[in-house]
Design a protein around this ligand. Sequence first.
Ligand SMILES: *Cc1c(COP(=O)(O)O)cnc(C)c1O
Length: 389
Amino acid sequence: MKEQSKLIRSQAKRSFNREHSVPLYLTSSFIFDDAEQGRAIFADEEEGNIYSRYSNPNTTEFITKVCELEGAEDGLAFSSGMAAVFASFAGLLRSGDHIIACRSVFGSTHQLLTQLFPRWGITSTYVDASKPDEWEAAIRPETKMIFLETPSNPGLELVDLEWLGGFKKKYPHIILNVDNCFATPYLQKPIQYGIDLVSHSATKYMDGQGRVLGGVVVGRKELIKELMFFIRHTGPAMSAFNAWIFSKSLETLPLRMDRHCSNALKVAEVLEQHPEVETARYPFLPSHPQYELAKKQMKQGGGIVTFVIKGGFERAKRFLDALKMILITSNLGDSRSIATHPASTTHSKLSEQEREQLGIRSGSIRISVGLEDIVDILEDINQALIHSK
Ligand SMILES: *Cc1c(COP(=O)(O)O)cnc(C)c1O
């Protein structure tokens, strides 16, 4: 079956009730037919659910769909994107290990790497996404993992996944871990380039409607097995309810992403030409410095557009206040378009120089382009550009 059909047809096994749509399995534990079956399932001799902290039919269905999309061998579902990212480090690394990460990681991932992991003796080095030479120079004997996001948030810089996959030949012991949240597995499939683990905040495009939190990690079977031990005994499991929501939402992921991307490209094209805009950035704009790479590794450019408004910090805030339909909130990947001003919110704790390193200027604005009619999205952005002068 083709990808879109598999997303719809991969379902938990039908029960004796002959339901058409998969029900919600709200149960903490699962019964054994007899004591012997309990023994066999605990001993891994027989497959079966034991307890919803380990597995549940709804989370299994969700994981199956993500594995099919990413081309992964196996996976695990988590209560949030950060629980997934955290586990992908903590479940595999130990004291003394070293991580190389691209500088432009998600805010909470930055706190993990710089504040929490050093407490447990796990250190990290940041490298610039756009400077491949720095990556190899940062490798030490104790380097166990390379972690990155592409496209980055909110700078929309890319890392060449094929080039990164090439590291595997020279450094087979280093785990390559990619947060694929911004692109989604519909647009970009890191595993095909030899990446070992792919993590996601499912909260974003996988839900796509800003309702529930969740995360997922998929990848090589032996790594997922090691992570399974970690989540069985630390408990960051996804709830059955959230898995049920995500699994239903994945049925429409390709349809939604097509529209997010076509709307975002139009927004980027209009912004780039607008007299009140200094620059606009979007992976599928020919002016993007990595346009060729974007076309090589992404099916389309994604749903996020970043632009720099003329007039800096205060003008950017006036622009947000002038928007009528588009709301100011820190989520992304929602059916509703969202605007954020990184310099005054998500990246306000950084110095101006640190922000510059991430491609964030005081007038940078990130738009998560939603699924409204493109006419209304453009009209709102246009009127806010004029009224914020
Ligand atoms: C939102 C996000 C996360 C964290 O996910 P939560 O579901 O909010 O915990 C991690 N990485 C990226 C790139 C994100 O956008």
